[in-house]
Design a protein. Structure first.
Length: 579
């Protein structure tokens, strides 16, 4: 009997007993045997080893073929067969924004409903059955996720807030370099008058999401930005030069690099970056927000090419919406051992008295002291289940499918003279594409780099080529005409976008001035789609065909849609042709 059947049987038995038996608080039910009650609880406890045998009861197992497992997975996606209304009629929803957020799974939601929610309780106790059971499954969930990421005893896993954004912020807090923005200048002026050896140097890469650059800029650290090399990859030589220079200052060093661009899908060589950082005495941290649902992550703490911290957004996993961010960090980065934790509250203390705050005893275990208040119990379990799905499919299958889809997509789109795929198209990529679509008079560069001395995308003069279609406009066409859910804009990667679109400083300031006046619709950007391993071949072909259609006819649809410059919304007021 599998766990789900056991829970259902136990729930029905308890419900029937409640109707015919009286209970005495704190005791075993009258007219029932103690041994049978204890045995059933022990049975549940033993079977809630939650994240190793989940395929049972689903007519699917790890030994099945990849296609069978992927077919089963697609059948579990919530919203896979839904329609919605557009200005052009009803359309079937086709999701292609997986880089932003994953999709929910019936299997995970049903598992939580049947196996977790009936026994849900606060985890800050083991005196009651629900307290014990909830505490147990929360600890199992954290341990399972940590294992999947290659974390060891020298690492701590902390679940925190909204995705990698919160994980990066939490690292800054436990490093003791985070302060409220209103106090930052005052603290810097008083504590770091002469750039003392105590002020951190943080190296960030060229692909960074705003989360991995803005909060570092607003911290007490000094940020050094590393650019792109001639191939559009992280400039390793520039990083080496900067590391050697700052190493001589004896200041603490840390690198925080995107493991994969959420715009172009370009992978960073995290092992090479980690090795270079470590050889120069710097900590190596990586933002895996975009790639964690697809790439294998192994901390290897203590090794020269290992990671000292990783930031993850599980909501981007299949089955992951509604999950918290994850920070896995080497304990050497934790600087609050002799101070209160980053957030004080229930679960972080062993003893509190009303007389003197100095008598407060805080928990020593980092994972406990950084988990203040009632933890995100259901969210942690959902996170572990999303990781289980990834492990169940296997990294080998995921990598093969991702490689197949991105290669086929590039083969189809690169020869198209009206589509410019952003980034280095020969580098190792995730199955993510950001692109610009031009009118039929534009002739693109076949190498995908868009190198053209006469191409100035955002200038008003000297441009012999037509300007590209507005990124959100293309996304709106995909939505209204085809039901395809894509993303238009800069994908929260503004600095990288400036490089990709060749926006210089004067033009950037002109955009800033217009936006300050309220015209957010002038923001430059692109359109992004993704082709994850679990996408069906039919959906993949449909999306490519839609892109090809818009590359031919997209500019003709402009008269049917109205851009609201103040909101950057396309098609809110469709101008349909009169008949």
């Amino acid at each position: 009997m599998d766990f789900e059947q056991l829970v259902l049987r136990e729930t029905q038995r308890i419900d029937q007993n409640n109707k015919k038996k009286k209970y005495i608080v704190g005791t075993i039910p009258i007219n029932s045997s103690a041994s049978s009650s204890i045995a059933s609880q022990e049975d549940l406890r033993s079977r809630i080893e939650s994240f190793h045998m989940l395929e049972k009861g689903n007519n699917i197992s790890k030994s099945d073929s990849a296609e069978k497992k992927l077919s089963w997975l697609r059948s579990q996606i919530i919203g896979e067969n839904v329609d919605f209304e557009t200005p052009f009629g009803k359309r079937r929803l086709t999701y292609a924004d997986h880089t932003a957020s994953g999709r929910c799974l019936h299997y995970i939601e049903n598992y939580i409903t049947k196996n977790v929610l009936p026994f849900y309780g606060n985890s800050h106790t083991s005196d009651s059955y629900v307290g014990y059971q909830t505490t147990k499954i929360v600890h199992e969930a954290a341990a399972y996720v940590k294992k999947c990421l290659g974390g060891g005893g020298e690492d701590a896993i902390i679940f925190c807030g909204s995705g990698s954004t919160a994980a990066i912020k939490r690292l800054q807090e436990v490093m003791a370099i985070s302060v409220p923005s209103i106090l930052r200048e005052k603290v810097l002026s008083k504590c770091f008058l002469n750039e003392t050896t105590e002020r951190w140097i943080i190296f960030v890469g060229p692909y960074e999401h705003h989360s991995n650059i803005l909060s570092w800029r607003q911290s007490l650290a000094e940020v050094v930005e590393i650019g792109l090399d001639d191939n559009g990859l992280v400039d390793m030589e520039a990083l080496r030069v900067q590391l050697e220079f700052y190493k001589s200052t004896n200041r603490p060093l840390l690198g925080s690099f995107s493991a994969c661009s959420n715009v172009t899908g370009t992978y960073s060589d995290t092992r090479a970056i980690a090795s270079l950082l470590h050889k120069n005495g710097a900590f190596a941290c990586f933002d895996f927000a975009a790639s964690a649902p697809y790439a294998k992550i192994d901390m290897r703490s203590g090794e020269v090419d290992g990671y000292d911290a990783v930031f993850i957004s599980p909501h981007k996993f299949l089955g992951g919406p509604g999950t918290p961010g994850i920070l896995v960090m080497n304990k050497a980065l934790y600087r609050l051992r002799t101070s209160p934790p980053s957030t004080c509250g229930g679960g972080t203390v062993d003893f509190v008295n009303p007389y003197n705050e100095k008598d407060t005893l805080y928990v020593e275990n980092i994972e406990e002291r950084e988990d203040a208040g009632t933890p995100p119990i259901i969210q942690k379990v959902r996170t572990a289940l999303a990781f289980w799905v990834k492990e169940f499919i296997t990294h080998k299958v995921i990598e093969r499918m991702e490689h197949t889809y991105i290669e086929l997509a590039l083969q189809r789109l690169l020869p198209n003279p009206n589509i410019w795929v952003l980034g280095n198209v020969t580098a190792k990529r995730q199955a993510v594409l950001s692109f610009l679509i031009y009118t039929t008079t534009y002739s693109s560069s076949s190498d995908g780099n868009g190198e053209d001395n006469e191409l100035y995308l955002w200038r008003e003069t000297g441009n012999k080529k037509d300007k590209p279609l507005h990124g959100p406009f293309v996304a709106k066409l995909l939505n209204d005409l085809f039901g395809i859910q894509a993303r238009g804009g800069c994908a929260c990667a503004g600095p990288y976008g400036h490089i990709l679109l060749k926006v210089d400083e004067p033009q950037s300031l002109a955009f800033k001035d217009a936006i300050e006046m309220g015209y957010s619709g002038v923001k430059p950007g692109w359109t992004r789609v993704s082709f994850p391993y679990y996408m069906s071949k039919e959906e993949f072909e449909f999306i490519l065909a839609a892109l090809e259609f818009i590359s031919i006819y997209g500019q003709r649809e402009g008269s049917k849609l109205q851009l609201l410059w103040l909101t950057n919304d396309e098609g809110i007021e469709p101008r349909l042709p009169r008949h």
